[in-house]
Design a binder for this molecule. Structure first.
Ligand SMILES: [Zn+2]
Ligand SMILES: [Zn+2]
Length: 378
């Protein structure tokens, strides 16, 4: 059983046009999906309110409804069906324009129909070296952002000239279009594109900003990049974006950090991986090699008998954690390098050595499966 349209809008039967409109705007503001995502019923309630408004805002339909009820409307070929709009935001746009919730209900009080709107965000990229990601860095960012025009102070009028009622919408801030749909006539209200809902426009547009009230400004800002940041992560600087409209706050600045590759290291989360070549005889004998780190080269002992692909972990030589946790490790993969070219003398020495090699020299505690896994993992 459908609810009474007056009851849905919360107005009494004698309510005038302005009261009905006000009640619908209030409901729409409460039930808008951007505001009310947590109420699963909000969408249905909004559709219901829209249907009620469709009928009660039209004198002819309202009389029919008052006399014959919903049945009577249907009998005359009118039955509001708000599901025809598909999404609730399409439906919302049909009544309040495509500017979205902020354009229709923004918090400011300056405009008649449109309120303060927050400025748009600015996104810029900053490239740093992997070493900077280890230590943290400060980079200077430059970007263009819309800012209030200093010539007209943001109101769009040439100084000393008046701001007048918008000639396009006669100062109402909106256009109404009547669309004929399968469900009857539908009044679509949209925000005036000349005055953007304010109802007022400058008579003589500002010579600096052409009436926009905004000009582009080149900005520079130093950004602290925290240690441990990974490629693609974003840093948000609040209120450093484009200026807001009609007294709204500026948008934010997002710095997307690109971390350049470092030829010496692969990054694996907080860990770094590097590969060190060790000549086969030295891998057999054991040796000390120099390993690159962000603090310069440090010595690493390679134990005698180190096998190809074996990994030696240097604790705490990786990257610092971005927030909590411990500093990563540097994993050194030992590439046992087999000499590709030999002198006559080396060949002869190696032949003599090879003649002495026995099963015992190669024995390990590692089973075949474990050996395969190690080789495949490398
Ligand atoms: Zn200006
Ligand atoms: Zn206008």
């Amino acid at each position: 059983m459908a609810r009474d349209y007056y009851e849905i809008l919360g107005v009494d039967r004698g309510a005038d046009e302005a009261q009905i409109k006000k009640a619908f705007r209030r409901l729409a503001r409460e039930l808008h999906p951007d505001v009310n995502a947590h109420d699963p019923q909000a969408e249905e309630k909004f559709k219901e309110a829209a249907a009620a408004y469709e009928v009660l805002s039209d004198g002819e339909r309202r009389r029919m409804y008052d006399t014959y009820g919903e049945e009577g409307l249907r009998g005359r070929g009118y039955a509001p069906d708000m599901d025809a709009f598909g999404s609730v935001s399409d439906l919302f746009s049909a009544f309040f324009g495509t500017g979205g919730f902020d354009a229709a209900f923004g918090g400011g009080r300056r405009g008649r129909y449109a309120g303060a709107v927050q400025g748009a965000d600015v996104v810029v990229a900053a490239a740093i070296d992997l070493a900077d990601s280890a230590r943290g860095a400060q980079v200077e960012i430059s970007y263009e952002a819309a800012t209030l025009c200093p010539h007209c102070n943001g109101n769009g009028a040439e100084p000393g000239t008046p701001i007048v009622d918008c000639p396009r919408c006669d100062g109402t801030g909106q256009h109404q279009r009547v669309a004929r749909t399968a469900f009857g006539q539908l009044v679509r209200t949209s925000i005036c594109d000349r005055c953007e809902g304010e109802g007022r426009v400058p008579e003589t547009p500002c010579s600096e900003c052409d009436g926009a009230g905004m000009v582009g400004e080149h900005k520079r800002v130093a950004v602290d990049i925290p240690p441990g940041i990974a490629d693609g992560q974003r840093i948000r600087l609040t209120r450093r974006g484009h200026a807001g409209q009609r007294g709204g706050p500026p948008g934010d600045l997002y710095v997307v950090v690109r971390v350049r590759e470092d030829e010496r290291f692969l990054r694996d989360g907080e860990d770094l991986v590097t590969v060190i070549d060790v000549p086969a005889p030295l891998a057999a004998l054991g040796t000390t090699v120099q390993v690159p780190t962000f603090d310069g080269e440090v010595p690493l002992e390679i134990p005698a008998g180190t096998q190809p692909g074996e990994t030696i972990v240097m604790r705490g030589r990786g990257l610092p954690p971005l927030s909590r946790g411990r500093t990563g490790d540097l994993r050194v993969v030992v590439n046992v390098a087999i000499p590709r070219r030999l002198t006559r003398e080396q060949r002869s020495l190696l032949q003599d050595f090879a003649a002495t090699v026995t099963e015992d020299n190669l024995r390990s505690d590692e089973g075949m499966l474990a050996k395969l896994k190690r080789v495949l993992a490398g």
